[in-house]
Design a protein around this ligand. Structure first.
Ligand SMILES: NC(=O)c1ccc[n+]([C@@H]2O[C@H](COP(=O)([O-])OP(=O)(O)OC[C@H]3O[C@@H](n4cnc5c(N)ncnc54)[C@H](OP(=O)(O)O)[C@@H]3O)[C@@H](O)[C@H]2O)c1
Length: 251
């Protein structure tokens, strides 16, 4: 079965590289008109050319509500609709015990990882999906599902994003579906410190599937959830982690 998005428009935050770029590319290949958003124009321009199919781009820091409003408006103006929103951009400015985090970095993590997905979803709902339907996909993390010595603050925001996914799924049905994806360790810039060198090999050994993830591993699932294949799925979290969560703990 071929999964298609012909006639649909998708807006992907953080679409200039990594998982967002892979999702945007998969959507464009499936026939969707795609708009990507991130903070740097040159990276967006390059990514849009790579994605093809008339991909548009808009500079927006997801944590800035005015930029979010402009990005949603630009998408609808350019392509005439907004059927799929992928809240993918995230921040992880702090590593260390949660008990020691300073409020500046706590606020920034919450703003980008939780408040922004809410604001972008509100805008998509108000300007299009409320009357025409749609699908929202929130990129969370396996970090939402367990504690962590270093990444507790990030995990807390990603756990809250999962609850928000369920809450909005309950509120926005039947027209709008809201789902989340929880990736394990994926080889992108964002997680480079966690996978480069020996450390990545060790993590991969702990995964039943014995390899780390690639952005395309996430893109296929994001396509499935966005398209008609996902038409009876809402409020769910799909864990894509090479089996990491069910792997044997180290003895
Ligand atoms: N990689 C992993 O192992 C992993 C695991 C679990 C979950 N995730 C999640 O997957 C998602 C994508 O991560 P990734 O690994 O693909 O990261 P990445 O390769 O670093 O890409 C991040 C993208 O988001 C954009 N971005 C960052 N902050 C932004 C902001 N405030 N406003 C707008 N755009 C912003 C970046 O562009 P600019 O910097 O130019 O703005 C870039 O396009 C995130 O939600 C992350 O939490 C990743």
């Amino acid at each position: 079965m071929e999964i298609r998005l012909d006639g649909k428009t998708a807006l992907v935050t953080g679409g200039s590289r990594g998982i967002g770029l892979a999702i945007a590319s998969a959507y464009a290949e499936a026939g969707a008109k795609v708009m990507i958003a991130s903070r740097k124009a040159d990276a967006l321009e390059r990514a849009a050319a790579e994605i093809g199919n008339g991909c548009g781009w808009v500079v927006a820091n997801t944590g800035d509500p005015e930029a979010a409003d402009a990005a949603v408006a630009a998408t609808i103006e350019r392509f005439g609709s907004l059927d799929v929103l992928v809240n993918n951009a995230a921040a992880n400015p702090y590593a260390g015990p949660t008990i020691d985090v300073d409020l500046g970095r706590w606020d920034k993590t919450l703003l980008v990882n939780l408040t922004a997905p809410l604001v972008w979803t509100q805008l998509a709902w108000r300007h299009w999906m409320q009357h025409h339907g749609g699908a929202v996909i929130n990129i969370s993390s396996v970090g939402a599902l367990k504690t962590s010595e270093q990444l507790g603050v990030y995990g807390i925001t990603k756990a809250a994003l999962l609850h928000m996914t369920e809450q909005l799924a309950a509120e926005l049905g039947p027209g709008v579906r809201v789902n989340a994806i929880c990736p394990g360790l994926i080889k992108t810039d964002f997680a480079r410190a966690l996978w480069e060198g020996e450390r990545g090999l060790e993590v991969a050994q702990g995964y039943p599937l014995k390899r780390l993830g690639e952005p395309d591993d996430i893109a296929g699932a994001a396509l499935y959830l966005a398209a008609d294949t996902g038409s009876w799925i809402t409020g769910q979290q799909l864990v894509l982690d090479g089996g990491g969560l069910v792997g044997f703990p180290e003895d």
